[in-house]
Design a protein around this ligand. Sequence first.
Ligand code: ADP
Ligand code: MG
Length: 634
Amino acid sequence: MTTATHEETLGFQTEVKQLLHLMINSLYSNREIFLRELVSNAADACDKLRYEALDNDAIFEGDSELRIEIEHDQQAGTITLRDNGIGMNRDEVIENLGTIARSGTSEFLKQLSGEQQKDAKLIGQFGVGFYSGFIVADDVTVRTRKAGTDHSEGVEWRSQGEGEFSVADVELERHGTEIILHLKEDAKDFADDFRIQNLVRKYSDHIDVPVRMPKTENARDDEGNEIEGSEVTTWETVNEATALWVRPKTDIEDEEYKAFYKHVAHDFSDPLTWSHNKVEGKLEYTSLLYVPGRAPFDLYERDGARGVKLYVQRVFIMDDAEQFLPLYLRFIKGVLDTRDLSLNVSRELLQQDPQVDKIKSALTKRSLDMLKKLAKDDEAYQTFWNTFGSVLKEGPAEDHANREKIAGLLRFSTTHTDSATQDQSLADYIGRMKEGQEKIYYIVADGFNATKSSPHLEIFRKKGVEVLLLHDRIDEWLMSHLTEFEGKSFVDVAKGDLDLGEVEDEDEKKAQEETAKAKEDLVKRVQDALGGDVQEVRVTHRLTDSPACVVLPEHEMGYQMRRIMEAAGQPMPEVKPILELNPEHALVTRLEGAEGEGFGDLARILLDQAVIAEGGHLDDPAAYVKRLNTLLSA
Ligand code: ADP
Ligand code: MG
């Protein structure tokens, strides 16, 4: 029975009129969002009733199976959404569906200009909500009754979206809200079974209230044959109807987490680990983040898919919201559900929203903590590292604030194991440091073997001082952004003067100075012979087996980085190395005794060999071979 009484016509608040006008004009290309907004409101209403019912079961009126129903009538051109949620009384209807209560509304509307494009973006800062029905409908009827009130307390609200609306008291048997959209001529195609189903799945799959649509079929007889003209209607749930991440952690099985991962990440294998967190307070969000067990094909592609699936209050907003995680964590998959953003937020708006940055730094922290936890499982962490290690190595450059944390998660090859597998942490290294050692030593080269056999390591091996062996393409760049870890600075053993600090005793240092003095003459002769090809010549104590090595000045770009820059088409200025001679070596002794052309050739052979050992290329390799052959046949 819907005899309307106490009918009145009221005007919309000015802001509502502005908003309606703007929305109808600027959201034309995105009309389907009306369904998302109305389903979202219906789900909220169910949430509210569920909450009220916690201490007053009677409020369900015997109908505690919360649900949303969507019906349509193609001929009439209508879509009807029905929920058995909390409903509204007359005052609430007037307040909620006639004004915009949210704070900041009028300031927002003041910013709006006539330019439609700009407005379309601005509108995203602001939930368009219930009024979005008017994007597709030119007549909206709402029938609602607050749960737990008398049947006579129903309200009917109606509007054409043009400045005014009417409200009347009606008798309603069901509590909750029913919204009837009379579709505009050009929006009638929304009244389609398949289309509605698709939109519900797209936007509302993980709303934890079932969204049902009627299915009409002929009844069947005992043998299963259809009975002509005997239509019966059953309700089919079209959405998944469970938002996994809103359930308490303790109720969720590992298998459920894994199944959900596969759905979110479009991956068929299990994740390595996950982290599920609910945060309340200044920021309000739930995140469920996963570390995949394998790399996607587009991990290193500039516009590869990355980021989390974004939900606002359980309503799906977008896939691949990349604004919530830094680039170096682009392998992380999962879901972010927040109350701090508007349902209509767009990618462009995410870039400007200050809340986004706050959530981003929170999720970054969560991800790093999750990895730290994963690192307790050596085998799983090694899988992670082999798969994503070189992506994580981008971290120190991108995220200065978390440099130390990221450094703790890095894994290296070192002279301790002499293994190409990167499986040693900086903490492992520090735990093995020699007494008096203050620095973390490393060497960078292309390829593991080039690092392992570098002449620069000779003194370190002799003294038993561990050196990190960096052999990834990205390593030199990584080290240019890592200056220290736990207060210990990093030192490239192939650059600058060698200072082993306390590891060397006073006697050794004194002996070195004396040798340097004794060899001053040799050094000068070599320098003259090599002319401008070296920056400096000096004697060294870093070598035990090799006669010579080349060293770069401390702040010079290393060979690896130079090659990367050159490959990228960036011409690099020539760099002149420092040649260091091992005074103990037989070839150096021989050099000292040589004269004239023989001296010059031998000096050049030592330089060329040192460059080759460094993985460098000779300008004139044939000349080197010739000199060497002359020497060999002498
Ligand atoms: P928001 O959802 O962001 O609050 P809306 O414009 O979507 O804004 O809705 C305005 C208000 O109208 C809601 O906050 C709610 O109080 C009320 N409302 C809308 N739809 C329903 C519904 N189906 N059942 C109960 N209340 C509703
Ligand atoms: Mg809403």
